[in-house]
Design a protein around this ligand. Structure first.
Ligand code: GP9
Ligand code: MN
Length: 630
């Protein structure tokens, strides 16, 4: 057997290295990728490698005559992908995704400004292609690649796989659940590289296209019947109570109900919210229903009254779907809609998804002044966020529907010493310890916002809705939680800890007659509740939740993992618990709700995976078919 010699693959190695280095240079010069540690820089550096080794390695399977043509083609295509991303990034500050590529409006924008976006220096991106071409033409000897033996090939591809898993391992360590949660394109590109990211995007896309293709309008009839049968009449006394008023929605980051009316070292954790509740309707049995998409899932629930999906983030996987979200509905009633959130716009794919949900405007990080002084943890401090948001709010036409997403109370709950207003807790969990001061800080920021709304004359003509987006303290911190709560955190207790605060303030109404509602409800109920308060009928709207004020509202919430809560029982981990004792009880008590819990999630998933709302235009199928017959 001949000995392996490097000269056998010198041409291949050269083409790979050229593209690899070029990709890294592009990362550093054309994209704004934030690097926070030498490890992140290292991952960024190595991440193009696995893909390049793989595609160039396929040359071994190509007939010798065509091998160089193949290599040249691969170089051109990969260079072109890079080039397209560079130009696209200049305009959108984002990486290309397949849905975006086919969103004609986006492409229209891009097409018309291509000449403006294109820079002559971009042609430098093809220099290595020219070098490769020159070698093929002028130095055919250098460019010849000898064939590999089977064994050599195997070794080569095992090496490629090793490089890939090494990269992925480092990336997962840097960003756990990177692929299942798909946080942000920048994070994906930063960790697995631009080429692998595109493959990942193609896989996501084809999966959802296949499911979509298999669905047809008849899939919707059964679901529609279920939804119709479960519709609840709005409470007449409250219907339209906030008609024509602005709607200010505040998503409270990682805020769970257990901090409400609670103290740490004798100090209230949420003094402002505790007071505000006394002027509002407060729901003390309200559950978050989010999955892996965290904040984005809560937004999805809020605006669609559909459940998020069980795996991944629906904001990423189904942004191409047809929706009938609140912003779209209220547009017909003269409302202007916006989201205010001082984070990168592509985080959770918000920039794309907000378009699909019908929002008019997204005030994102570029609409805020963010610097070292006013930032902590994930970015702009909540207080500065609210303060700077006032000008945006005032710039909008009224009435508006505006969603504010806070950020400071986010894991790992970092805070500057001057912003600490209560003590940390002392336990073995640094996370739980630090949670209290950041919740307290957020409370202060919300207080400031309300004061400013009053000063600006916006308070009296706005209803304010606040809710916790999802849990902040996971089950990994149960031991510390037990210490704080003074009781054991059983599976029953874990479900109860999924309660998040939900507050509705209607000026002139709730301050005169504040109420606490204890019926079980969840984020799925937000949409019909808000629409009814605005006096908007929801009979023809597809939604799984119900108006929390409806007298017929069931005391019921199903969590994304299938656990559910009724008036007297909690069902989780295959066990039925009695709420009054917190102890396991006969399954028969939970039985009547089991089917409903499962059905809710399944029907909602069918709508999302099949993109079924594209078949629905506010009229039922039965109605439509009757129309056709006439
Ligand atoms: C990021 C913010 C936090 O923009 O919404 O995201 P999370 O991790 O809570 O989903
Ligand atoms: Mn969140």
């Amino acid at each position: 057997m001949r000995k392996f010699s490097f000269s056998k693959i010198k041409f291949l190695a050269l083409t790979t290295v050229l593209l690899w280095i070029k990709t890294y240079i592009v990362y550093k010069t054309s994209f704004d990728i934030k690097i926070e540690s030498p490890m992140q820089e290292f991952i960024l550096f190595i991440n193009p490698l696995s893909f390049l080794l793989l595609v160039f390695g396929l040359a071994f399977f190509i007939k010798e005559k065509r091998r160089n043509a193949y290599i040249l083609t691969v170089s051109i295509i990969t260079s072109f992908i890079l080039f397209a991303n560079v130009v696209f990034y200049r305009f959108f500050n984002d990486f290309i995704t397949i849905p975006v590529l086919f969103q004609t409006s986006n492409m229209g924008d891009l097409g018309s400004s291509f000449t403006e976006l294109f820079k002559f220096t971009d042609l430098l991106l093809f220099v290595d292609v020219a070098v490769i071409l020159a070698i093929v033409l002028l130095k055919p000897n250098f460019a010849s690649i000898e064939s590999f033996t089977k064994k050599e090939r195997r070794t080569y591809f095992i090496t490629v796989a090793a490089v890939f898993f090494f990269n992925l391992g480092l990336a997962e360590a840097e960003r756990p659940q990177l692929l299942t949660r798909t946080f942000d394109r920048e994070m994906l590109v930063k960790n697995i590289g631009t080429y692998n990211y595109h493959i990942y995007d193609i896989v996501l896309q084809s999966k959802s296209s296949a499911q979509r293709a298999m669905a047809d309008s008849s899939s919707f009839i059964e679901i529609e019947n279920y939804l119709k049968a479960n519709q609840k009449k709005p409470n007449e006394e409250l219907f339209g109570l906030a008609q024509g008023k602005n709607v200010i929605v505040i998503s409270l980051e990682s805020t769970q109900s257990f901090v409400i009316n609670e103290k740490i070292d004798g100090q209230e954790i949420t003094p402002f919210l505790n007071d505000f509740i006394k002027d509002s309707y407060y729901f003390d049995n309200f559950y978050h229903q989010t999955g892996q998409g965290k904040t984005s899932d809560s937004e999805f629930l809020l605006d669609n009254s559909l459940y998020p999906i069980g795996r991944g983030a629906v904001f990423f996987t189904h942004s191409g779907n047809e929706f009938t979200a609140t912003p779209e509905i209220i547009k017909d009633y003269g409302y202007y809609s916006s989201v205010l959130h001082a984070n990168d716009k592509s985080f959770w794919n918000r920039d794309i998804m907000y378009g699909a949900l019908g929002y008019d405007r997204f005030f994102e990080i570029n609409d805020y002044v963010v610097n070292e002084e006013n930032s902590v943890g994930w970015g702009l401090k909540d207080l500065d966020f609210f303060e700077q948001s006032i000008a945006h709010l005032k710039s909008q036409p009224q009435p508006f529907y505006s969603k504010f997403i806070t950020l400071t109370n986010h894991f790992p709950f970092e805070l500057d010493p001057e912003d600490k207003m209560v003590n940390e807790f002392t336990s073995n969990s640094r996370t739980l310890n630090r949670y209290f001061p950041t919740v307290r800080y957020q409370d202060e920021a919300v207080k400031h916002f309300i004061t400013r709304l009053k000063e600006e004359g916006l308070y009296d003509n706005s209803i304010i809705i606040m809710y916790g987006d999802h849990y902040g303290i996971s089950e990994n911190h149960n031991v510390a939680m037990e210490q704080f709560l003074g009781r054991e955190v059983t599976p029953f207790e874990s479900v109860q800890l999924q309660r998040v605060p939900f507050i509705i303030h209607i000026p002139g109404v709730t301050d005169k007659d504040p109420q606490t509602y204890s019926k079980v409800s969840g984020q799925i109920d937000l949409k019909p509740t808000i629409l009814h308060l605005l006096g908007i009928d929801t009979k023809e709207d597809v939604h799984f939740g119900s108006d929390v004020f409806s007298k017929q509202k069931l005391s019921f919430a199903v969590l994304r993992d299938g656990s559910f809560i009724t008036e007297n029982y909690v069902y989780t981990k295959n066990t039925c618990y009695d709420k009054s004792t917190g102890e396991p009880t006969k399954e028969a008590y939970c039985e009547p709700f089991m089917k409903k819990a499962k059905q809710e999630l399944e029907y909602s998933d069918q709508i999302v995976y099949g993109d079924l709302l594209r078949f629905y235009n506010g009229k039922s199928y039965q109605d439509q078919s009757q129309n056709l017959k006439q």
